[in-house]
Structure formats: structure tokens, C-alpha cells
Design a protein around this ligand. Sequence first.
Ligand SMILES: [Zn+2]
Length: 253
Amino acid sequence: MKLNGISSNTPLNGNHLNGKHNGHTLNGHSHDVDQLIDAIGDEHGAASIDTPMRPDAFDLDDDTKIDLIEEHFREIMGILGLDLTDDSLKGSPRRVAKMYVKEIFRGLNPENKPAPTLFDNKFRYNEMLVEKDILVQTYCEHHFVPIIGKAHVAYISSGKVIGLSKLNRIVEYFSKRPQVQERLTVQIADELKKVLETEDVAVIVDAKHLCVSTRGVHDVNSSTITAAYGGKFEDEATRQEFLRYISCSNVTI
Ligand SMILES: [Zn+2]
């Protein structure tokens, strides 16, 4: 049994059985709750399709968020025992803060959502359009480490078509958040349905979770596949056609 990474049979001032070590409580978590938190992370369950956000999520501007995260990350590094006067480490809190706000979690802010560019379907192309092997780089919301893989998306035009690079941009936007793969898949599909004004949309995400490969069960070989099918893609023949096009190969990273 583990207590925040400390074995529970380690003598901890004699009070480890009370959920305390070195006189510090586990932020009010009992052992059971602490284990539940680990279990939820390892099971990678998602509670809702919308990314859970606070009502005041955008009261602070980006620069203030960067300053605050820098401060808190410096504290985390200090608690870990790292010497922040070291030349190599001293810039890390600010680097991490900027990376969170401006890069890897910028998809939390709806202002960064790509504006769809739609065109009339002049060629009257009424077959399936598939864009496969779109790079996915997102971050597990339970462990804050990368999930890396590919997305394959398809739609059948209802009269409008979208610029191909916009498909990449939509995948990228929903990836730049703390995520679970199931939610990412559905969020991409829902956005495509909305933008293209059709239910005839399919999305497959095939990705490796670094929280599975570099910790926990340390499985470096497995990848996770999730799918969302709407409208005509619920029909077996259409779905099989899509699967044939993407031939669902495993990702390598
Ligand atoms: Zn994880």
C-alpha cells in the first residue's frame, strides 16, 4: 500500500496509521480516498463530455496565469528538493508556466478555437472524405503526461466542405487540454457535426498513453483506440469502408 508514494509500513513518526506522515495530513484525504484517486487515474474514466471548467476560468488573463503558475511550480520544485538557484533549473518554473498557458493547454480557451472555413461542395463530391493519420499530442488529465497518436476523421458532405487543414486544426484544438481519449474523440466528432452541419461524421483516435508506458503498469506496447460514429457511419457498410481506408495500423512513437 502506498501513501503519496511512501510505503505505509515505513515508520513515519509513529502516526502513519492515522493518515499522517511527518505530522502532515494527506490534504485531508483518508487512505481510502487517496487510493481511490490513484484508481480513477489508472482506469482513465471520463466524467463528462464537456471539459470540466470553472465558471471563472477566464477571469484571469494569460499573463497573470503564467505569473501564478510560475510561482506555484517553483514551490513544487522546491518541495521536491530541487535547488532553484542552479542555472539549469532556475528558468524552469517560468518555462513550464508559459508552456501550459500558451502551448499545451491553450485549447482550454475558446478564443483559440479555429474559425471554420467552409466552401460550397462545387464538385458535388458526395462520397466519403477521409483524412487519416492526423497527429494527436494531448495530455492525460489524470497524470498530466502526454498521450501521443493519430486521429482519422471522415465525413460525408451535406453540401458544405471544409478546408483540409481545418480538420487538423480542430483535432489540435481539442488536444491542447488535459484530456481523456474518449472525451477527445467525442469532442472532435461533435465539433465536426456542428461545423459541417451533418451527423455523417466518424472519428477514430489511436494513441499511446505515457502514463501507461512510463509508470503504473509500464506497458510500452499497448495503444488505445476510441471511435465515434454518427449518421451514415452507424451503417455497417459505410463504417467498413471507412475502416478499410484507414486500415487502422498501430502508431509508433
Ligand atoms: Zn493517465
